[in-house]
Design a protein around this ligand. Structure first.
Ligand SMILES: Nc1ncnc2c1ncn2[C@@H]1O[C@H](COP(=O)(O)OP(=O)(O)OP(=O)(O)O)[C@@H](O)[C@H]1O
Ligand SMILES: [Mg+2]
Length: 231
């Protein structure tokens, strides 16, 4: 599903070059549940942005569901992103003036789906994350954990092939973090491909595979031991 070959990313700052990714080869199959870990500045978000088609590599190839995206222009990338990728960010990125329902329905506007169907699909996505009773609320009328659930519903509403989350629990307390990860566990169990960037070992332990990034390279890649489930 995701195949990165020889991926580099160089940021130019005046006459300085930052080699954010220095040759990444990676394959992630459908229905994997992957944690991307590594120290601050190692290139995790850069890699996430490339996988999510928010940015293009300096060199190397990225094939997503059989399509080589490395030479796509911004319009083509935006199209692939809208079809294939659902994003969740640390800071939720919800639109404050819109209701929960309209926030979740938003990605479908760009697909030209009629309003009634957008609302029906957004309602279903919100029910899936346990927020079917908050459709008319605004983001500031919700708890942090509820806001992140709205963001997850918005990421899922377009039925993306990949759910990408960059530090999704970074703004949440430990109990709420565990609830969000339990939701990701459920989504994975129902067939969703999930990739999570995290600093926290507890969060990475939910995933089935851990890829460690260091200095812009993959420095370790292993299957996680099975999780003990505490009732
Ligand atoms: N837009 C940019 N312009 C220039 N340099 C950048 C840019 N984005 C990232 N970098 C640099 O690339 C390197 C990798 O950054 P990245 O954000 O991918 O790290 P990260 O692993 O996500 O770190 P953190 O855990 O702190 O979020 C860093 O040295 C950073 O300073
Ligand atoms: Mg980052």
């Amino acid at each position: 599903m995701i195949r990165l070959t020889g991926i580099t990313k160089v940021y130019r700052m005046g006459d300085e070059e930052v080699h954010a990714l220095a040759g990444v080869d990676l394959h992630i199959a459908a229905n994997e549940y992957v944690a991307l870990i590594g120290p601050s500045g190692s290139g995790k978000s850069t890699l996430m942005n490339l996988i999510g088609c928010l940015d293009s590599p300096t060199a190397g190839s990225y094939v997503l569901n059989g399509r080589d995206t490395s030479h796509m222009n911004d319009t083509e990338l935006a199209h692939v992103r809208n079809q294939e990728i659902g994003f969740v960010f640390q800071s939720f990125h919800l639109l404050p003036r819109l209701t929960v329902l309209d926030n979740v329905a938003q990605p479908l506007v760009y697909r030209g789906i009629p309003r009634a169907e957008r609302q029906a699909r957004a309602t279903r996505a919100l029910e899936q994350v346990g927020l079917g009773n908050r459709l008319g609320h605004r983001p500031n009328q919700l708890s942090g954990g509820q806001r992140q659930r709205v963001a997850v519903a918005r990421a899922l509403v377009g039925k993306p092939s990949i759910l990408l989350a960059d530090e999704p629990t970074g703004n949440l307390d430990s109990r709420t973090s565990a609830e969000i990860m339990a939701l990701f566990d459920e989504l994975h169990a129902s067939g969703q491909t999930v990739v999570v960037v995290t600093h926290e070992p507890d969060i990475a332990a939910h995933c089935r595979r851990t890829i460690r990034i260091g200095d812009g390279r993959v420095v370790d890649d292993h299957a996680n031991p099975p999780r003990e489930v505490h009732a």
